[in-house]
Design a protein around this ligand. Structure first.
Ligand code: XIL
Length: 766
């Protein structure tokens, strides 16, 4: 109470000073906008239809008010503020907002920006942080708008892994870095499209924002092909009355044609970004006839509409399960999507036949038909796709001798730092046997960690790009195109993992040079990749396993389960590990909005896995004392084949945002000691409709942990009483650092002074 009074007095003082001083008239850096919710007007509006925004005096990061966001029903729901009035193209802006959850939980909140409206909009992430109800967390980052589309730019807060979590926000600010942050495109770089002219087309994923200004300059310099990153997906083909409406798409396609770029069509039939009603009504699947009818109508109208403006259509996208157990039985390995369930396992073949028929009728024989999928380096998946394309093409050739129905296989190429180029090679060699062409359709390489790219990460990423392009050149006779999934890191769908060859300033990264001359790059860099093994700590102590989460867990280090093995990224969480003379104790907290345990395979159910090698020999095979322990969201235990699990104990509890699993795993053949090391990993499997869509891990990206313990990370066994990290950790978690009351007071004063200045500035601007 006392603090507040002092603060208010100081505010008046600062206000007085500010009013009599000129406001940043010619300053390079300027605060554009500050919204602290102290006044009636909120400026923020809901993005979706259900969520409620309300000013509240219950809690605030500074001042008396914050903004309460409740009743959300989709991950993308949240408060948004329009900022186009404040944006100058090519200037960098810093954004910051403070957030806190209402209910007891921990989920990721994300600060994002939307550029453009309607079907041509693009969405970019600025920052993602784990947020709880304990303390205010800052979401902050910079963004440069290289183009404004439809006079629409907004900033918003969403929760990618939860549709309903309620939260508060406070002190949103936007600051420009001034003209000093302006950039120019490196037109002196040799265009990749010229380097690869005799090999394959060089493509990129676009929205309208890539067809203007400096983004267009970079796009045109290196590329001769584009794919619409979103606009040509089924969802965008209709208006809200379920009628076809290609108005926004036509604007995009016209711009693409004006620029003389080729267009690769993505996509006709997919289980994502597609209207539900095409196959489902009131939660019930349509009959085979009705669903087929809708699929045919969609294909006919869309294919006719674009005609030969496209050089290819990805007719079906992502129809195969991940890591299918019996690739030869490809029909049984198909993803159980609503299309599959409504129509049957022939829906793919029928989709290709229909597309071919429409093209033939109209004389557009040159348009190629592709099958497109991710995790294309997984040999089981590549093999299942091989059998599928083989059979469908053989069937077609019976009536059409010498002709292909599926002309090409799209290898999406969403790779990561754990990708082994030898597996990519094996898949290409396999597909070659089919006599089809190959398109690399969505290439990017994410780093294991998020945030700033380190020098090592940039190098190992470049190395993988060099290995891939060298491989692509070897197979250039069948590779038709290589398309990057995004122009630069800050606009990638995986922006936080810097996956592309141009950085946030549109400048060439090491990866550009690796792509431009892979052989030279490989000769200069010996290929010895840095190991990115994570090292963590297990605290000492004996927790009580049960419904109540024992306080002692909080003394152990928090391990982030935030590296993704698959292209699609879903549930994640955190783990903590304790040890005593009897057991290793593990607790994993999972954020998972919808629980699905319907698959017959335990690893395809929402579940948590612990990998443990007691001896830390980093052996490449499972020995005594090495184990893989899995528990699904409903508490069912399963184990790796070689795992001794006779006396393990587990408890699963539900949480508002997912579930928590506690394990006690007895030592099998080991006397644990302080300072000792163990091989260790954690995994979260996230399933939807009986199919695993996402795998998040603490350490290993290769996915080989079930048979090869050498890929595990490393844990050190520490003791609570002598470890400084643990007490540091506790301090930071409770938000009680070493800050003296004086420092806090100073911070508050500066914070509120800034708030006042900004509110005033904003008024002046209007
Ligand atoms: C992604 C886009 O990049 C995102 O902007 C969008 O939010 C989700 O879809 N496989 C595909 C692409 O076939 O369509 C996906 O694109 C990435 C994975």
């Amino acid at each position: 109470m006392k603090l507040k009074k002092i603060k208010n007095k100081l505010l008046l003082l600062v206000m007085g000073m500010v009013l009599s001083a000129p406001l940043y008239a010619n300053a390079e850096e300027a605060l554009e906008l500050m919204i602290g919710f102290e006044e009636e007007e909120m400026f923020f509006e809901p993005r979706g239809e259900t969520e409620q925004l309300e000013r509240t005096s219950e809690d605030a990061y500074t001042g008396d008010y914050s903004l309460l966001v409740t009743e959300r029903s989709q991950p993308w729901n949240g408060p948004a503020v329009r900022i186009e009035e404040h944006v100058d193209v090519s200037t960098e802006y810093s954004f910051s907002v403070w957030v806190k959850l209402i209910e007891e939980a921990t989920v990721e909140l994300q600060l994002s920006t939307q550029i453009g409206d309607g079907d041509n909009a693009s969405y970019q992430t600025i920052d993602t942080q784990s947020v709880s109800s304990d303390e205010w967390v800052e979401l902050a980052g910079t963004y440069r708008y290289d183009a404004i589309v439809d006079d629409f730019v907004s900033i918003y807060i969403e929760s990618p892994n939860s549709d309903s979590v309620s939260f508060k926000i406070d002190d949103f600010s936007m600051q420009s870095a001034g003209s000093s942050s302006n950039i120019s495109i490196q037109t002196e770089l040799t265009p990749l499209k010229d380097i690869y002219e005799d090999y394959f087309l060089i493509g990129n994923a676009v929205s309208l924002a890539e067809l203007e200004g400096q983004r267009l300059e970079l796009l045109r310099h290196h590329h001769n092909l584009v794919t619409a990153e979103n606009a040509m997906k089924p969802e965008y083909a209709y208006n809200s009355s379920r009628e076809f409406d290609f108005t926004d798409q036509d604007r995009l396609v016209n711009r693409i044609k004006e620029e003389g770029l080729e267009l690769h069509g993505h996509v006709l039939v997919w289980h994502q970004q597609s209207p539900e009603w095409l196959h489902t009504e009131d939660g019930q699947l349509l009959s085979r006839e009705e669903a087929l009818d809708n699929m045919y109508t969609h294909i006919e109208e869309t294919v006719r509409h674009y005609g030969d403006d496209v050089i290819a259509w990805e007719v079906v996208n992502e129809a195969m399960n991940d890591n299918p157990r019996d690739p030869e039985m490809w029909r049984a390995m198909l993803r159980r999507s609503d299309w599959f369930d409504a129509i049957g396992d022939d829906y793919l073949e029928l989709a290709y036949l229909k597309t071919r028929e429409v093209l033939d009728e109209n004389g557009w024989e040159d348009v190629k038909l592709y099958y497109n999928d991710y995790n294309d380096d997984n040999q089981s998946k590549a093999s299942a796709i091989y059998y599928m394309v083989k059979e469908i093409n053989e069937n077609y050739a019976e009536d059409n001798p010498g002709e292909l129905l599926i002309d090409g296989i799209g290898m999406q190429g969403h790779y990561n730092s754990g990708t082994n180029v030898d597996f990519v090679r094996m898949s290409i060699e396999r597909f070659r046997e089919l006599g089809v062409e190959i398109g690399v359709t969505e290439l990017d390489i994410t780093t294991a960690s998020t945030g700033e790219l380190t020098e090592e990460e940039e190098k190992s990423q470049a190395l993988l790009y060099a290995q891939l392009f060298s491989l692509y050149k070897e197979h250039a006779d069948i590779i038709s195109r290589v398309t990057f999934w995004g122009l630069n890191d800050s606009t990638s769908w995986r922006a936080e993992r810097n996956p592309l060859i141009f950085d946030r300033d549109l400048l060439a990264k090491e990866a550009y040079y690796a792509v431009a001359n892979p052989e030279e790059y490989l000769a200069r860099n010996d290929g010895s990749e840095e190991s990115e093994k994570r090292v963590g700590q297990a605290g000492y102590g004996t927790p009580q396993l049960g419904e109540e989460i024992d306080d002692i867990w909080s003394t152990a280090e928090e391990l982030a389960i935030d590296r993704y093995q698959l292209a699609w990224q879903g549930a994640n969480g955190t783990g903590r590990v304790l040890w005593d003379e009897e057991n290793l104790y593990v607790m994993v907290n999972v954020d998972d909005a919808s629980i699905d345990t319907s698959s017959e395979f335990p690893w395809e159910q929402d579940s948590v896995e612990v990998f443990l090698e007691e001896s830390f020999e980093q052996s490449s095979t499972y020995e005594e004392g090495t184990g893989q322990y899995r528990v699904n969201a409903e508490g069912q235990e399963t184990f790796g084949e070689m795992t001794d699990h006779t006396s393990i104990e587990t408890v699963v509890t539900e949480t508002p945002t997912g579930y928590t699993v506690q394990f006690a795993i007895p030592w099998v053949n080991h006397t644990p000691q302080e300072g000792g090391r163990i091989g260790f990993d954690l995994q979260i499997n996230d399933a939807e409709s009986g199919n695993r869509e996402s795998v998040a891990v603490w350490n290993d990206l290769s996915g080989q942990g079930f048979q090869n313990p050498s890929v595990f990370g490393e844990l050190e066994l520490t003791r609570a009483d002598d470890s400084s990290t643990e007490s540091d950790f506790l301090d930071s978690e409770n938000g009680e650092g070493t800050n003296s009351p004086l420092i806090i007071l100073a911070g508050l004063i500066i914070g509120s002074a800034a708030a006042v200045i900004l509110v005033i500035m904003k008024r002046n601007k209007k």
